[in-house]
Design a binder for this molecule. Structure first.
Ligand code: ATP
Ligand code: MG
Length: 566
């Protein structure tokens, strides 16, 4: 706890930059402006949570604003479905862009006229090299590039050709508009970067108005400048693009010069975190869509039952640095458990039921037993759970041949039924294969609520569900989508490492009746098993479906103990 508050006080390197800029009066009106600039070509993933928390979080912290900018410059891959999901996900995380919703496509006219001006000043040219030639002429990291023969095309011809590109007179790939920078620059991104390409595709917003589209290195910095962004944060792979960013924001006529700063991507073990790969999983039907509860997408983890608070906590624990790192999956699950432990309603669900008959309990009687909803939160109150002569308990809570140290039910042993009575097993019935079908027991009527008259103690406590009152549901026991820490590391194909056991469906479970009204969004703890949430897509009042968010415990706890953290 103490450690955490210290951490909250000390600033990360991006905060230091902002604080220095504010102190030096470099920020207009003292109000920073950031932006979160997703490309709407897929759903947001957990890596994006880090960027969202930085972009929106820092604006919030320093009293500035954060724009949502959809970076929609590749109509072939972009879709309104993605735009809607992105907005929903950011809101779910608890951030709001207010009226600041922008699209790179809002600036197409401005970008076009900036490009025309560059041509007029001799700073851009239309290149007719093929894609292959462009690559060849570009050179390598160790070898300079060489000038395209079209570099010296006349301004008039450039203007005419660019107009023709815009008018749809040429096929895709025939021409590029390129900036005239320096083909011998040590930075490949400065070797005459492409500004515009021809693309025939219907754009989600501009329809068929354009058949030329501006490139990222031209669009992004100028969009930032137009919006008055003061601090433009992005991941490290854009570091080499910063000179191009600075070039674009210094083009004549652009008044505001924003600055780009890079931070390390968030990577998590057992996950792939690239929209391209996630799209492939969806397209190949390896998962039930982008919001499959096993997907590392925000919509996936939401459906699975993760809370936004736990994910914000997770990224804040990971911190902001400039060094790439791989974060343990178990740290993320640890954060989810920490949060859900505080807020999840405890309920009794028997996943693998066996009947328990209390032979000395009156037949036909039902009593209502008071049960605490959350021992971590008194305000969560209590509920009444029906108790009767025939119950279900977990099959693993009874043993005919108890191993040493087994404190649960076996013939002659007494245990406590959670919130209810003490029971002692007396006998059991078996089927023709020798499997136990019913356990018989007697109860101590004086032990209701977990105390006995003589104060005797028992070691084991079982959860239970009253058989005549139990309801059924489909329980989806999710596990990791990939079986290895670094999917694809061994074979080069991450699909080889899909975990064949990432979903096990349980249909025989018996649930306490209060779960009939459970709704997606309600955090639940199935006692002694894990955290669960009703499935937002498939659960109905006729057919309840619950997703396992995370098990109650895992190796992270053990690891912490080993590391002396606990
Ligand atoms: P991907 O590479 O997974 O397809 P992307 O970088 O193409 O993602 P964008 O939509 O361009 O996705 O990203 C929007 C913002 O999110 C960018 O500022 C990008 O730097 C940031 N971002 C993307 N992935 C991560 C990540 N793993 N960790 C932190 N920030 C990320
Ligand atoms: Mg990208």
């Amino acid at each position: 706890m103490e450690e955490k508050s210290k951490e909250a006080e000390s600033s990360n390197f991006l905060e230091k930059i902002i604080e220095e800029d504010l102190a030096a009066g470099r920020v207009p009106d003292g109000k920073i402006v950031t932006r979160f600039p997703p490309e709407p070509n897929g759903y947001l993933h957990i890596g994006h949570i880090k960027a969202v928390c930085i972009d929106f979080g820092l604006a919030e912290k320093y009293g500035g604003t954060c724009h949502l900018r959809l970076d929609d410059t590749n109509p072939a891959k972009e879709d309104n479905e993605y735009i809607d999901s992105i907005k929903q996900d950011i809101k779910w995380l608890g951030f709001d862009w207010g009226s600041h919703e922008y699209y790179a496509s809002d600036y197409y006219d401005q970008l076009y006229s900036i490009a025309v001006n560059l041509i007029k000043k001799g700073k851009a040219y239309v290149d007719s090299l093929t894609a292959e030639q462009v690559k060849e002429y570009r050179g390598t990291l160790t070898q300079p590039g060489k000038n395209s023969p079209d570099r010296d095309r006349s301004i008039d011809e450039n203007l005419r050709l660019f107009q023709e590109m815009k008018d749809g007179k040429h096929p895709e790939g025939k021409y590029l508009l390129r900036a005239k920078l320096d083909m011998s620059s040590p930075n490949i991104n400065m070797r005459d970067p492409a500004l515009y390409r021809i693309k025939y595709a219907t754009h989600p917003r501009t329809g068929n108005k354009w058949c030329i589209y501006p490139m990222y290195d031209f669009t992004h910095p100028i969009s930032d400048a137009i919006e008055g962004i003061t601090h433009s944060f992005c991941t490290l792979e854009f570091e080499d693009h910063r000179p191009a960013y600075d070039w674009a924001t210094s083009i004549d006529g652009i008044e505001h010069a924003p600055h780009q700063y890079e931070f390390a991507r968030l990577n998590i073990t057992y996950f792939v975190m690239s929209k391209r790969k996630l799209l492939q999983l969806v397209k190949m039907n390896m998962v039930d869509g982008w919001d499959d509860p096993r997907m590392p997408t925000i919509s996936g983890i939401r459906r699975r039952g993760y809370s936004p608070e736990s994910m914000r906590d997770f990224v804040s624990r990971v911190g902001v640095a400039k060094v790439e790192s791989l974060v343990e999956y178990s740290l993320m699950e640890f954060c989810v458990r920490e949060d859900l432990n505080k807020r999840a309603r405890r309920v009794m669900v028997v996943l693998d039921p066996i009947k328990l008959v209390i032979d000395n309990y009156p037949e036909g009687k039902t009593e209502m037993i008071e049960a605490e909803n959350n021992p971590e939160d008194e305000a969560a109150g209590k509920r009444l759970v029906p108790f009767s002569r025939e119950l279900y308990i977990e099959r693993e809570d009874f043993s005919l041949d108890p191993p040493k140290g087994y404190h649960r039910l076996y013939i002659g042993n007494e245990i406590r039924l959670k919130n209810a009575y003490y029971v002692t097993a007396t006998s059991c019935d078996k089927d023709s294969d020798g499997n136990v079908t019913v356990v018989h027991c007697t109860y101590d009527p004086e032990s209701r609520g977990g105390e006995t008259a003589d104060g005797r103690k028992v070691r084991g406590t079982s959860h239970w569900v009253s058989a005549p009152d139990a309801i059924s549901a489909e329980i989806r026991q999710y596990d990791k989508l990939f079986a290895t820490e670094d999917p694809g590391a061994a074979t080069g194909n991450y699909l080889d490492d899909l975990n064949p056991d990432s979903l096990k469906v349980v249909t025989c479970a018996k649930l306490e009746p209060s779960l009939a009204s459970a709704k997606p969004g309600e955090y639940l703890q199935f006692m002694r098993s894990g955290y669960y949430m009703a499935d937002s897509k498939d659960s109905t009042s006729e057919h309840l479906v619950f997703n396992r968010t995370v098990t109650l415990k895992d190796s992270w706890e053990k690891m912490k103990q080993k590391m002396g953290l606990k």
